[in-house]
Ligand binder design. Structure first.
Ligand code: GLU
Length: 584
């Protein structure tokens, strides 16, 4: 009774203050009301992206005979113009690509890299305390060497059918001739303003003319970005790392160094040495499905696989109307987070025990613990084959922009790509019209604790641990579903819930993206406020009794593709401006 009262009180209090959820490491962008309807499409070739202009560009490419990868390049370039708060040319991301003819699954890691001048303590204050997260997001030390252009170029070299320059034309036109800024773009500019833009006159000049976001009823242009895209179209991806664009980026970074002398800057080798890494997919079986995702340095996929394995072991996979499923989902998220935040680091420093962390006996012991000790604070486990904990337990940060695209072409080639600049508009620093990421705030700020190193510590040439988790699910060896989402540390929470809905509850794609989310945070469980589809259980039944609950909007941006009766069905998350379109 008391618990129910506290819950109701908690919900009332948070509903008054939750009009806009705070931007945090869990939600690096704003959660806004989104759209009323869930955008869906079906056909042999389907596109789901976070913005209607990007989806239209991708569909036009497919109709012109382009491959899923051509459509991907086109859509990402358009997103860099129309959704710069979430992704862009000076960010990074992870791609899963299925080549239908070769029957081959590839993972490309285009994650940002720490420059050679990096030091482990770059995100500490002189006092030795970590910088506040928000303050760190605007530091030049937070900017990682970008991987997006290299990733797009590499995959286009392998799987592109249309000329590279052709795929970039829609983005060039939009940046040069202008477009009406969407509500979410304008709101995101307002949020960036609140986080802080004083450090970036270029941001203010472009996105805050006269101190206000650009008006909704007039074309917004980014001529510098149009020139950058034109250069990229003419000279190809390598120009970003070795050519004229590289010179511009290095000059921009040198200017930041002048403003902030404790920043040690970038050298030409930082850009020239950037390489996309091809990695082996991380796959795990769940019932009749084989779920494949990206391995470290992302930790998000591992967490999704662990969460679903924990639920499977707990026999907690009944329908959405069963409160126990939701309660155990919340706990499984927390137990999976404990492992991923402890164990995952850049594989450059040695293998991460992903296999042992998914071992059925190990999962079973964790499943028993989460069921029998609901009040226990989840800690990382010691998977089979390891005798001791090698790292310090990382701190959970006190405070706590990304996008996902899913494309299938008429031949059945699939691209699932999560792309990011980290926080809303990244560092808010701009070079050549591009938003520079702040992805290096994904490193642990404290590199060691009590003399013991933290796994995800910052060092030169290393990639920070990510939560991004593009996924492709196979059944009988063939792709059945593809999904991904932005959402920072909530990404595995969102994706495990969507996969539960699609694969186990057998919900159609629109319901799978629209049903509510819950997300386990440092200080308790967050239940989604005003979800697109209503909660299928009474919220007081969700009180697990072992953790405080609050209610807030959650800003997922799921893009889902699922093959049903031989046709692909796409659904876009209504929490953002996503649009599913068919090219048939
Ligand atoms: N920087 C985050 C990561 O790599 C992504 C942020 C987001 O989803 O908005 O996990």
């Amino acid at each position: 009774m008391l618990r129910a009262l506290l819950l109701i009180l908690g919900l009332c209090i948070s509903s008054t203050s939750a009009a806009a959820a705070p931007v945090s490491r869990d939600d690096p962008e704003s959660a806004d009301p989104g759209q009323a309807a869930i955008s869906t499409a079906a056909g042999d070739a389907v596109v789901v992206t976070a913005n209607p202009r990007a989806s239209r560009a991708a569909v036009a490419v497919l109709k012109a005979g382009g491959s899923a990868v051509d459509a991907l390049v086109s859509a990402q370039a358009v997103l860099a113009v129309v959704e710069p708060q979430s992704s862009g040319l000076a960010g990074g991301g992870f791609l899963m690509h299925w080549d239908a003819r070769q029957q081959q699954l590839q993972v490309l890691d285009g994650r940002e890299v720490a420059p050679l001048s990096s030091r482990p303590d770059d995100l500490l204050q002189p006092s030795g305390e970590p910088l506040p997260w928000r303050e760190a997001t605007s530091r030049p030390q937070a900017i990682g060497v970008p991987g997006t252009v290299a990733l797009l170029w590499d995959v286009h070299q392998q799987h592109g059918r249309l000329p590279w320059a052709t795929t970039l034309q829609p983005a060039i036109r939009l940046a040069r001739d202008g477009f009406r800024p969407s509500p979410r773009l304008r709101r995101s500019i307002g949020i960036a303003q609140r986080i802080g833009v004083d450090h970036s006159p270029a941001f203010q000049a472009l996105y805050l003319p006269g101190g206000q976001p650009p008006p909704a009823n007039r074309p917004f242009r980014n001529p510098a970005l149009a020139r950058t895209l034109e250069l990229l179209a003419k000279d190809g991806g390598p120009s970003f790392y070795n050519g004229e664009l590289a010179q511009q980026i290095l000059a921009g970074m040198a200017a930041l160094q002048t403003d902030q002398p404790d920043f040690r800057g970038w050298s030409p080798a930082d850009l020239a040495g950037y390489a996309v890494v091809q990695r082996s997919p991380l796959c795990h079986r769940l019932r009749s499905y084989r779920l494949c995702t990206v391995p470290p340095p992302s930790s998000g996929g591992l967490a999704v696989l662990q969460t679903l394995a924990l639920l499977n072991q707990s026999n907690a996979l009944s329908g959405p109307a069963d409160p126990q499923t939701w309660r155990l989902l919340a706990r499984a998220q927390a137990w999976a987070d404990a492992d991923r935040l402890y164990w995952v680091h850049d594989p450059k420093d040695g293998a991460i025990p992903t296999g042992p962390l998914l071992d059925p006996v190990y999962i079973q012991s964790r499943a028993i613990a989460l069921q029998t000790s609901p009040a226990a604070r989840p800690t990382p486990g010691l998977p089979p084959g390891l005798a001791a904990y090698p790292y310090a337990l990382p701190e959970q940060s006190r405070e706590q922009g990304t996008t996902h695209l899913a494309i299938v072409d008429g031949e059945g080639n699939l691209a699932a790509y999560t792309s990011s600049v980290e926080t809303v508009f990244g560092s808010r620093h701009l070079v050549a019209g591009m938003v520079l990421n702040n992805q290096l705030t994904d490193f642990a700020f404290r590199p060691s604790i009590n003399g013991q190193p933290v796994a995800n510590r910052r060092r030169p040439g290393r990639r920070p641990v990510s939560s991004m988790a593009p996924m492709i699910v196979f059944e009988r060896g063939q792709p059945l579903l593809s999904v991904g989402s932005p959402g920072g540390r909530s990404i595995p929470h969102v994706l495990s819930r969507v996969l539960l809905a699609s694969l186990i509850w057998r919900e159609p794609p629109a319901r799978a993206v629209g049903l509510p989310h819950l997300s386990r945070r440092r200080n308790g469980l967050v239940l989604e406020q005003d979800p697109p589809l209503p909660w299928p259980v009474a919220l007081d039944q969700l009180t697990p009794g072992d953790q405080p609950i609050r209610s807030q909007r959650l800003g997922s941006g799921t893009a889902l593709l699922q093959k049903i009766n031989g046709r692909w069905h796409g659904a876009a998350d209504p929490r953002r401006e996503g649009t599913a379109l068919s090219a048939d």
